[in-house]
Design a protein around this ligand. Structure first.
Ligand SMILES: [Zn+2]
Length: 147
């Protein structure tokens, strides 16, 4: 079935979130429980972005005092308060989830865009649920933005 795929994707997301936060690949391997070579392979894949000049760190508006897209943040906050939650993982990586009903297909794209705008270094994935999609993003900094 697809369950193992979803787990693998979540594991990759956690690894990338830790890597973006500056955790060493050996430390990530120890925390997540996969081999260091696997961690390095996942983290080597280049990410497209306006500033992919070696700086892959999370740019958290709270911790790093970088600019925040106020409009997208306000939108995402509304969605989060309405139909979302944050799960703090044991590895220090939080996942932000917003549930987007299938009845409103445009909302999912807006939520994905808002997550990307607010935390550009984190990838956004989505998981099919009954009657909706769970849009998810992993970062060590979601709990800074949504206390
Ligand atoms: Zn932060």
């Amino acid at each position: 079935m697809h369950h193992s795929d979803m787990h693998d994707r979540a594991t990759v997301d956690v690894v990338l979130a830790l890597f973006a936060d500056g955790v060493s690949t050996d430390e990530i391997a120890r925390r997540v429980g996969v081999s260091p070579s696997t961690v390095r392979r996942w983290c080597r894949a280049p990410r497209s972005g306006p500033d992919s000049d070696g700086s892959r760190r999370d740019r958290c508006p709270i911790c790093h005092a970088v600019g925040l897209d106020d409009a997208e943040y306000a939108y995402l906050l509304g969605q989060y308060l309405g139909d979302g939650h944050i799960v703090e993982g044991r590895r220090g990586v939080a996942s932000l989830s917003v549930f987007c009903a299938d009845d409103w297909p445009g909302v999912r794209a807006e939520v994905e865009r808002a997550m990307c705008a607010v935390m550009p270094t984190s990838s956004v994935s989505s998981v099919r649920r009954a009657g909706c999609r769970e849009v998810k993003s992993y970062s060590t900094h979601w709990t800074c933005l949504f206390p």
